[in-house]
Design a protein around this ligand. Structure first.
Ligand SMILES: Cc1cc2nc3c(=O)[nH]c(=O)nc-3n(C[C@H](O)[C@H](O)[C@H](O)COP(=O)(O)O)c2cc1C
Length: 177
């Protein structure tokens, strides 16, 4: 049986980009806005891109990365919204192409069909973002109703500073109403 959550349930899909180290900021902000959060990470992201122990403690739930076995119950309730932050070049392209070979991608491929709001905060360097496949992927996902934050390249400015990743923008994009 699928668990019911008294609060709206937000899936946070985490990809393997450097900024994922700060994903706790997104979880805190989401919880402050009344969301219950379940994290689904790509297998590469689980490989040291963020503090999985801290995120597990913060959400009170296991992080999902692998498919469950057929006999296991669904680990999270159905989502009321999905955010992908950070979203990598790799995941954006595979998702747009309909590839579902990880739990994160399978979840994303299914999400648009569920009719729930989906927000994406890409973190893709300028050179990679120039690839035509990436532009096509963004267009295709936008046509499916997926909402995007501003491009973020994560590159260092000439003064040595770096723009903060806009975590809370993802929550604004899935806000009801
Ligand atoms: C330290 C580090 C930082 C990375 N940062 C990014 C990034 O910001 N954006 C990106 O698209 N890929 C980045 N990559 C490359 C991805 O990790 C790689 O393409 C991976 O296959 C993505 O897997 P995923 O989309 O399944 O998470 C980074 C790799 C490393 C080792």
């Amino acid at each position: 049986m699928t668990e019911q959550s008294p609060k709206p349930f937000l899936y946070v899909v985490v990809c393997a980009a450097g900024v994922a180290a700060d994903v706790s900021k997104l979880i805190t902000a989401a919880q402050e806005r009344g969301w219950e959060v379940g994290v689904i990470a790509t297998p590469v992201a689980m490989n040291g891109f963020f503090d999985a122990v801290a995120v597990r403690a913060q959400t009170g739930r296991p992080i999902r990365s692998a498919w469950r076995t057929p006999g296991e119950p669904r680990p999270f309730p159905e989502p009321d919204a999905v955010v992908v932050a950070p979203a990598t070049f790799n995941t954006v392209n595979k998702w747009a192409a309909g590839i579902a070979d990880t739990l994160a991608l399978g979840t994303l491929c299914e999400a648009a069909g569920l009719g729930v709001p989906i927000a994406v905060l890409p973190c893709v360097g300028t050179a990679l973002a120039a690839h035509p496949a990436y532009r096509d992927s963004l267009e295709r996902l936008a046509a499916m109703g997926v909402r995007f934050g501003a491009p973020y390249a994560g590159e260092t400015a000439p003064d040595g500073g770096r723009t903060e990743f806009p975590w809370e923008r993802a929550l604004d994009l899935v806000r009801p109403g």
